[in-house]
Design a protein around this ligand. Structure first.
Ligand code: PRP
Ligand code: GUN
Ligand code: MG
Length: 177
């Protein structure tokens, strides 16, 4: 079996889109009196949130949750697990969840359910990638970098069996038997 990675979104396209998201998010929150917090879902969002937070020109905190739904490989386990909870309190804060990719929507749906009962001032979602045709649950996504077809992708934080997260671009996984 051979694995090939075909680039579908280049490093420059990613940076351009992240700058655009930064402008939109800054404009949305810049006049608000409440604190803002970015919540990255580990591990997939670690590179995206690092770049995104530097183009959001509003004071904010950053915290992380670890959620896992894909045990290994390409199939979801069907069981969304919270492996690490937040350390910050979100009460009365503007919460922006930062995700690398939304596929079935199960991960995000669970996170939204958990955070909404902690009474944030607002609760919004920013994802770099979205695969709308794979959605199993209905969720509202406020900021989307790129909508992509039903490809299994890696790079820029996103893995295949924990590898390829380091790639500076987004690539489609092609498996040849
Ligand atoms: O919309 P869904 O079908 O729930 O899939 C999306 C989630 O799957 C991946 O995370 P994964 O559980 O593989 O862990 P990781 O972030 O550590 O890579 C990805 O980072 C999203 O968090
Ligand atoms: N690596 C990876 N993880 C995912 N989790 C949900 N969709 C995907 C995907 O396309 N690639
Ligand atoms: Mg993830």
């Amino acid at each position: 079996m051979q694995i090939f990675i075909k680039s579908i979104i280049s490093k420059d396209e990613l940076q351009k889109k992240i700058n655009e998201l930064g402008v939109m998010i800054t404009n949305r929150y810049k006049n608000s009196k409440n604190h803002m917090i970015l919540i990255g879902l580990l591990r997939g969002s670690f590179i995206f949130i690092a770049d995104l937070c530097r183009v959001i020109h509003v004071h904010h905190e950053i915290d992380f949750m670890t959620i896992s739904s894909y045990d290994s490989g390409m199939k979801p386990s069907g069981d969304v697990k919270i492996l690490k909870d937040l350390e910050c309190d979100v009460l009365n804060k503007h919460v922006l969840i930062v995700e690398d990719i939304i596929d079935s929507g199960q991960t995000l749906s669970k996170v939204l359910e958990i955070l909404s009962i902690r009474n944030p001032k607002s609760l919004s979602v920013c994802t770099l990638l979205d695969k709308p045709e794979r959605r199993e649950v209905n969720i509202k996504v406020d900021y989307v970098g790129f909508s992509i077809p039903d490809y299994f992708v890696v790079g820029y934080g996103i893995d295949y069996i924990q590898s390829y997260r380091y790639l500076p671009y987004i690539g489609k996984v092609i498996i040849k038997k």
